[in-house]
Design a protein around this ligand. Structure first.
Ligand code: SF4
Ligand code: SF4
Length: 131
């Protein structure tokens, strides 16, 4: 979730957010510094790294305040959200779980620019990531 999201947190519920090794290291090197990889990362059946959930939400989501506890160092995919990559259709789409996607992607150009970054991120940082 973004810091301009108020009283929402839909995208942090039952998250399936994929992580890069860089995401994992950035979070581990932040506060609290004693975080272990297994505390917030699981491996998918495809061998990708994914954010872990606890009680129905991302482990970093504070249910009371509805805020991300690692906002400053949040995963790259959370920064791109609500634009996500649909690997079946091989296109970027706005996730329908987000009630106000236009707040982040107000026009086609912003959508296209970020889509290029998402594809580059997936190709360069995610697909060869190993725990
Ligand atoms: S890291 Fe933060 S923004 Fe991303 S899913 Fe978890 S709580 Fe939400
Ligand atoms: S679903 Fe959309 S509006 Fe809700 S917290 Fe996530 S990015 Fe913000």
């Amino acid at each position: 979730m973004k810091n301009k999201c108020v009283d929402c947190g839909n995208c942090c519920r039952e998250t399936e957010m994929i992580l890069s090794a860089r995401d994992v290291n950035r979070i581990k090197n932040s506060d609290p510094k004693n975080l272990r990889t297994n505390d917030f990362v699981i491996k998918t059946t495809d061998g990708l790294l994914q954010l872990k959930n606890a009680d129905g939400f991302c482990v970093f989501f504070d249910v009371t305040s509805k805020l991300c506890q690692v906002y400053r160092v949040r995963p790259q995919g959370c920064r791109f959200y609500p634009l996500i990559y649909d690997s079946d259709k091989e296109i970027c789409v706005l996730d329908q779980e987000c009630p106000r996607p236009e707040m982040f992607y107000p026009n086609k150009q912003s959508h296209m620019n970020t889509c290029k970054k998402i594809v580059r991120f997936l190709e360069k940082q995610v697909l060869f990531t190993k725990l």
